[in-house]
Each structure stands twice: as C-alpha cells, then as structure tokens.
Write a protein that binds this ligand. Sequence first.
Ligand code: HEC
Length: 277
Amino acid sequence: MNNIFKNLVLTVFGFIFSAGTALAEETGANLVSLFEIEVIILAIVLIMVFLVFLLWHDAADESSALKRFIAVFMHKLTGSTPIEKEDSIILDHNYDGIKELDNSLPPWWLYLFYATIVFGFVYMLHYHVFNSGPSSAQEYVQEVEFAQAQLAANASGPAITEETVTALTDAGALSSGKDIFIKNCAACHGQKGEGLVGPNMTDDFWIHGGGIKNVYKIIKNGVIEKGMISWKSQLSPAQMQDVGSYILSLKGTNPPNPKAPQGDKYVESDSVKTNQI
Ligand code: HEC
C-alpha cells in the first residue's frame, strides 16, 4: 500500500512540474509564478489525497472529531441518503426486480455547474461585451502582424543575431529602446534601470557579462530559472537590439535607489570592440 501511495504522489508531482516547465518554455512565461501555482495545485491535490485516505481508512469508526467532520463534509458534498433510509426515496415502479431510487443531484456537481455558469457569464462579459481581452481571432492577427514585422526586418538588412548585433547610439534607436524598456522591463529592472527584482543596469557589474552581445543573448534567451524571461517570441531582433543598446546607454547614470551590484565588473575588451566594427 505504501508503495502505491508513494508512486501516486511522485507521479502527480512529476506530471505537474514537467507540464509547468514545458509551458514556461513555450510561452516564455515567468517560471517563478508558474512555480507558485504548481505548489498551490500540489498542496490541494495532497490535501484531497489525504482526506480520501482518512475516509477510506476506518470510515466506520466515528470516534474522532476529525473523522466526524469529514463524514459531515462528505455528506454535504454528496447529499447521499444513508442506506437505512432508502425506503423513503424509493420510486414505486419495479422492473423485473430492479428498483429505482429518487436521489437528488449531488451538491458537489450542482456547485460545479453553478460555477461554470458564473464563469461563462464573466467570460462572455470580458471577451464579448466589454472586449477587454483579445479574442482568439485578434490574437491570431497580432501574431501574424508580429511575424510579418519580423520578416520585413530580416529582409531589410543582415539578420541580427547575438553574433552580429552591434550597440546602436543614434537617438531614434535609443528612444525606441527606452519605450520598449518602460513597457516590458521596468517592472523588474526599475523605471530608470536602477534594479528591482532584476539587476541594476546602470553599474559596471554584470551577472552574465556586459557588452551588447551578452546583453542581447540574455534578452533573447532569458535566464528562465532566475525569473528573467525569454523575449524572442515577443520582441523582434531589431527591438531587442534597441532595448539592449538603451540598457548599455544607462551606464553611469546613477539613478536614485540603486540595487547593489551583482556579478562581475565588466570591461569591454578591444577584441570585442574590433569585432563590432
Ligand atoms: C519578471 C521580471 C523581469 C522582467 C520583466 C525582465 N527582466 Fe531582465 N532580469 C530579471 C532577473 C531576475 C534577472 C537576473 C537573472 C540572473 O540572476 O541570472 C534579469 C537579468 C537581465 C539581464 C542580465 C543582467 C546581468 O547582470 O547580466 C539583462 C540584460 C536583462 N535582464 C534585460 C531585460 C530586458 C531588456 C527586459 C525587457 C525586455 C527584461 N530584462 C525584463 C528579471 C526580469
């Protein structure tokens, strides 16, 4: 019995975690919050397994308060009529000795049904009445637009990759980079790049190395297990180049409330500079 129980828990655990990790990789979502959700789901599953285990294990003994509580709780959920009282709900037809009980719908099922009605109503208001969320069709159009912008960007010059990317210094690129930064990155890296959840962008210290090539690589691929998501599915290479260049332009700006330096001091070597020309 013990082994079956252990295997069951391990299977559920493994399944939830692998599904979560795969989802995070595919969507570039923040693994930290996914991890929190996973822990909550796991806790609920474990509590349910525990309750069922308690019930199954000596249901007849109603001596302990916990067992009495579980018995009442289960009765509330199932609304079942005890076998001794079946006579009161038996229907008066009889087909070849097969009798029918007039059981009421189990409350757990009814509550679930009501919940789906509420959910359906909220869903309809959100997506179809107030149009506050993108419909599947709108999401599709957005993705197609994004892909076309990427294609156009690729067609108009050599592809930007972590090998070929260069730091831009013209005002247009930096202001586009700033817009992207405020919209997508400031929540974690601070409005002025001073650092918050993510590291400070204005000092000389870098966890993964400074310089446009390293920075571009991190923006593109993320450091998923540390909470820095991958942006390659949301930003085009040109946008990642702009925001990377903007980050480098923040060096030495000394914003208020800076986060303490993390990583190593980065000195851009001559060889890298020559590479960039
Ligand atoms: C959900 C929070 C979050 C968001 C949003 C976020 N980052 Fe990060 N970022 C982090 C964390 C956390 C790290 C530190 C990773 C580590 O410890 O390895 C990091 C690290 C980095 C690094 C490497 C820093 C170093 O010291 O090596 C760069 C570059 C970076 N982020 C750029 C960006 C850009 C550009 C954006 C927006 C397009 C962005 N980040 C959005 C959390 C975030």
